[in-house]
Each structure stands twice: as structure tokens, then as C-alpha cells.
Design a protein around this ligand. Structure first.
Ligand code: A2P
Length: 282
């Protein structure tokens, strides 16, 4: 990848810009609008939101007002956990579309799997949601479909269906690599997107990363984002601060050596956010 508009190709041939702008915890209204506009001005062409972020209205407004062709911007949203199953997923999609006001969606994800720990009928629930997404995809209202926070045992039933997921968006950053899921996705042609590539900011004080930042004359955030790209994943850094939004986009003028990649890979697993898909209670 040489620039922020370079793309990964999904299994259905759809191209997706290699760095996305994350909006988790970005408040709706002025903050969502100004930060998405700042991202588009900085060159990002991929914006990631979700129904539960409650900022789809602001995200859509910023995109519409940007003056950039709709077709040049890749937009993702996600169906929330309260909308599991076919009917509720369909309703959730319509709500998302009426908030975004963007005509169509580039990528729609199941936000969290129904897990065997909490639901006896977890497979049927996930398959019902997936059926809705498959229909919306086939009707042309969504260009690609996928999941988020799915581990291999959640993915397996979906892999048997007519259309397999094209993306799995998981927590992925130095100190939390989820290697088993990443390997499963690689083998099955599923692109891994990295949420919280900076560990929601917690990796920024890591001594090893600070040292590497000095070596490359880059910020720790840039090291984390670059590391995600060199791992073949698609990072989704979030910020509402214009200077950081720009900083996080400048990750194409240096390369981390194989030796230093291995040093980052070996950072102890610190457990990440602790939001395990089989343990969450929301
Ligand atoms: P803010 O949005 O106030 O700028 P992640 O993408 O891993 O979830 O991390 C997001 C968090 O990291 C947010 O708190 C964000 O703060 C902060 N952040 C994003 N980019 C940078 C950066 N380049 N330097 C320092 N902090 C950053």
C-alpha cells in the first residue's frame, strides 16, 4: 500500500480503501460532522460507523456536504445486537439507511455474534441476520457484507451459506493479535479489519513502541497503524482531533523492517479491551 486511497480487494471483487476512519465514541452532531469532514479533507475515503455509535446522521451529513462523489467514499455500518434475526435486521438496516441518507451502503456488518454461551439458538439467530444481509446484498442495496467480532466458531455456520462473509472486523493492535481468527480469515478469503488499532489509545504509552517511534521518527500511533497494514489488515483509527486525523493518515512514507515487525508481534498479549464475543453482556 502506497497511499490512503490504495485498496484491498474483497472476495466479491469490491475494492475497499486500505485505511478507514473510525467513529466509535464520536458523538453525533457537530463533532461527527466536523471530524468526518476533517478526515475527508485529509484524504480518507473510507468511513466506518455503526447503528450503536448513534452518529450515523452526522456521518451521513458530513459525507453529503463534502462535495466528494458518493462513489468515491466507502461507507460501512453495522447492525446492532438488538436487531438479531431476519425481521429485526431488516428493520435495523432501514433505520440506518434513513439516518445516513446516502442511497446505498458499501459494507454492512453484523456487529457482534450471538454466542453459544448466551443463546441456545445462537446459530439460527446469526443465520437469520445473515439471510437478511444476503438478500440486501443481492438486491444491490449493499455492495459487500460481513461480520464483526466473530471468532472461527461463529464464522463456520456462515461459511456454509450461499454468500460467505467478505470482512471480519475485530479488535487488533499490538499486544492483541487474535492470531487464530486472523489465520482463519486468511485461509477463507475474509479481509480482517482492525478496530482500535491504537488499543483505544492504550498502546501509545508502550515503551517498546515509543522506542520504535523514535527510531523511525514517527509517532506511536503511526507505528501501530503501519504495523496493521504490514500485517495485511485494514486499520480503522478513530480521532476527533484534526491534527491526529492527519497524523494517522501519514503512514505511507516509511516501512517497518521485518525484525521490528517481529519485535511488535512479540509484545505480551495484554488482553485488549476485554470485550470477548462469548462473554459480552450487551
Ligand atoms: P481523540 O479522538 O480525542 O483524538 P483507537 O483508534 O485505537 O480506538 O484509538 C482512539 C483513541 O486514541 C481516541 O481516544 C483518540 O483520541 C486517540 N488518538 C487517536 N489518534 C491519536 C494520535 N495520533 N495520537 C494520540 N492519540 C490518538
Amino acid at each position: 500500500m502506497k497511499k490512503i486511497t490504495d485498496v484491498y480487494k474483497l472476495s466479491n471483487g469490491v475494492e475497499i480503501p486500505c485505511v478507514g476512519f473510525g467513529t466509535w465514541q464520536t458523538p453525533d452532531g457537530e463533532t461527527a460532522i466536523s471530524s468526518v469532514k476533517a478526515a475527508l479533507e485529509a484524504g480518507y475515503r473510507h468511513i466506518d460507523t455503526a447503528a450503536i455509535y448513534r452518529n450515523e446522521s452526522g456521518v451521513g451529513e458530513a459525507i453529503r456536504e463534502s462535495g466528494i462523489d458518493r462513489g468515491e467514499i466507502f461507507v460501512t455500518s453495522k447492525v446492532w445486537n438488538k436487531c438479531r434475526g431476519y425481521d429485526l435486521a431488516m428493520e435495523g438496516f432501514e433505520r440506518t439507511m434513513s439516518k445516513l441518507q446516502l442511497g446505498y451502503l458499501d459494507l454492512y456488518l453484523i456487529h457482534w455474534p450471538a454466542s453459544p454461551e448466551r443463546f441456545d439458538d445462537w446459530k439460527e439467530l446469526n443465520l437469520g441476520t445473515w439471510k437478511a444481509m444476503t438478500e440486501l446484498y443481492k438486491s444491490g442495496r449493499i455492495r459487500a457484507i460481513g461480520v464483526s467480532n466473530f471468532l472461527p466458531h461463529h464464522l463456520e455456520p456462515l461459511m456454509e451459506t450461499e454468500i460467505a462473509p467478505m470482512v471480519d472486523q475485530i479488535e487488533f493492535h499490538p499486544g492483541y493479535m487474535q492470531s487464530e481468527t486472523v489465520e482463519y480469515c486468511r485461509k477463507n478469503g475474509i479481509l480482517v479489519e482492525a478496530w482500535s488499532p491504537l488499543g483505544t489509545g492504550r498502546m501509545l504509552t508502550n515503551e517498546t513502541l515509543i522506542e520504535l517511534g523514535k527510531k523511525y521518527d514517527r509517532s506511536v500511533a503511526q507505528i501501530c497503524i503501519r504495523w496493521c497494514l504490514q500485517k495485511g489488515t485494514l486499520p480503522l483509527p478513530k480521532s476527533v482531533t484534526p491534527s491526529r486525523i492527519i497524523e494517522n493518515s501519514k503512514v505511507f512514507d516509511f516501512e517497518i523492517t521485518d525484525e521490528d515487525m517481529a519485535i511488535i508481534d512479540r509484545l505480551p498479549n495484554f488482553g485488549g479491551s476485554g470485550l470477548h464475543p462469548d462473554k459480552i453482556e450487551f
